[in-house]
Design a protein around this ligand. Sequence first.
Ligand code: GLN
Length: 541
Amino acid sequence: MQPKFIFITGGVSSSLGKGVTVAALGALLECRGYRVTMQKMDPYINIDAGTMSPFQHGEVYVTEDGAETDLDLGYYERFTKYTKITRANSVTTGQIYYEVIQRERRGDYLGRTVQVIPHITNEIKRRILNLTKEQELDFVIVEIGGTVGDIESVPFLEAIRQMRRERGRENVCFIHLTLVPTIGGAGEAKTKPTQHSVKELMTYGIQPDVLVCRSSKTLTEEMKDKLSLFCNVKKENIISAVDIQTSIYEIPEMYKNEKLDEVILQHFQMTSKDINFEKWEYILNVIRNPEKKVKIAIVGKYIALNDAYRSIYESLIHGGIANKVEVEFIKIDPEKLEKEGNIEIFRETQAHGILVPGGFGNRGIEGKLLAIQYARVNQIPYFGICLGMQLAVIEFARNVIGWKTANSTEFDPKAEYPVISLLEEQLGIVEKGGTMRLGAYPCIIKENTKAFQEYKKTKITERHRHRFEFTIQYKQEFENRGMIISGISPDGQLVEIIELKDHPWFIGVQFHPEFQSKPIEPHPLFEGFIKEAKKYSENHE
Ligand code: GLN
């Protein structure tokens, strides 16, 4: 059977939560037993998100097969259990043009003029259909990035218009997500921007079947009547998406109550399978009734932007769910620590755990090292991720082994003790895009270690995104002084996990565990970290 295609566009404003809406719809359809995949079309010219600053675009999400993608792909993976997200699920204008231009240079177009229609639009459609080649699917949900009216998204809109014409209404559904703002002292909700957005969409030949309206209050019957009349959408297909108060994990439930999934199934004239929503109910129950609050300090360069460490924050929340606690984030700017030497910040904030996330470049490095030292000396649970692991190695080399000049060659290319350095194969690389160690790699875990206690197995795979590595020649010196190399690549050359012997929970990982955590399956290291932080908080009340 051919899968059904659901296309979701955005109107009026960006940042309305299109990605989470797609993910939540995917979650609901999966809870009804359907096989779902989700795809993001990003209208920018970059080939992928890998070269984009987190300040601009939030975190770069890494898939199992090593694609550097938009963070919405993270939501797709987190909200579902079975959806397989790979390179093919993330498409950009840059990729589409790159492919078409390469074909033109090869002479594949046999002398024809290469044009947006049909060549670019055909390539867009090919990438959507490609998803359905290797897997049995009931639904393909495609998110068109940007807002209707942007110049960049026009070819994507044209491609999905064509798909509707070719496959028919019974196989293609258009959802338009818009904003219904509340204006003035009387708090009156306004439908006009939505009417205009739908009008704009119609100029591209797309009549939405479903409207999802973000608003601060539930839409009244009267407003739904109005929207239905002016936008030519059935009243039952106008969904009210009210702002969520506590957690994004309430969004699937909100859409379930609004019957978004049922509306979609009715559109396709599918008889609905019963929904099994128990797992989500369990999660929501924990989120709404935590036993206590645990405070985690995150010491990172991009703390000012919430989305820059999106997966880390979500994984900490998942660790909280596993331990029935709420996690409060204390965001600490390492440059402040560095400038003021103000390590007392930690005493004031009373963090129950300290996390240093991944990062690039030397800004704030010394501040992060101070934070790590504080965690090590004061026996506070510490979790170092990628750069956070590398810095834990440097801190240990300087302050425990006594190599005061130890560093990463990323920050000091001529370091006397280059405890973190480039691998041979990375040495000659000058191009920035897609040249790091990317995607899933296996790791072997040593038994009788904390890492083993958390994972409960010896073979794992985790996703990577970095260039530098622990310099293996120094391994023995570190081990002699009480650092345990608890995870290593199968060939014994790449150090993947370190921990400390004389510390309740001090773990650094070269990989990014945050890309594999889900609320329904919290990652074991995040679960363990929060468990230990909870213990710390109980002992320090
Ligand atoms: N800058 C470090 C490296 O490239 C760490 C990268 C990261 O934290 N993702 O190895």
